[in-house]
Design a protein around this ligand. Sequence first.
Ligand code: ZN
Length: 154
Amino acid sequence: MKRLDHFHALHAGLHHAAHEFPAQWDIYRCAHEIKVWHLDPNRDGGPFDDIGYHFLIKGSRFIPCRSLVYRGAHIKGFNDRSVGFCVCGDFSKRSPTSAEVSAVVSAIFEAERTIGHKLTPVGHNQFNNTFCPGPDLVRLVNDRIHQVRTHSGV
Ligand SMILES: [Zn+2]
């Protein structure tokens, strides 16, 4: 896998899974399922080397997935300039919850600590012809980041 040049990774690429996993599945099982999709040899566009996202969010939790050492596979043409975050859920059918938005922000802050600088949230659909991550996620995440930075001074 190609390495991610942290100096040029200035964006947080936001995604939804376009899928609602069973409520009783924990986040690791969801991550495994997405990894199986991404490694499928019959996948449209060919299989990835690993799960495409750097972080997965489910409900109020997030976990690291692909190492930040490596470039992700989540926004065609923009993977060298972004870190990938995916929320378990289908935002064509519902809006992101407050817990999900908070967890995305926490994951972005975690990535920022590793990368060494701030990340600007962008939506997958700003770069590729896709609905992902729906109409609300980027705005909600930006609003929450602004709130947090204003109140904590980070
Ligand atoms: Zn996406």
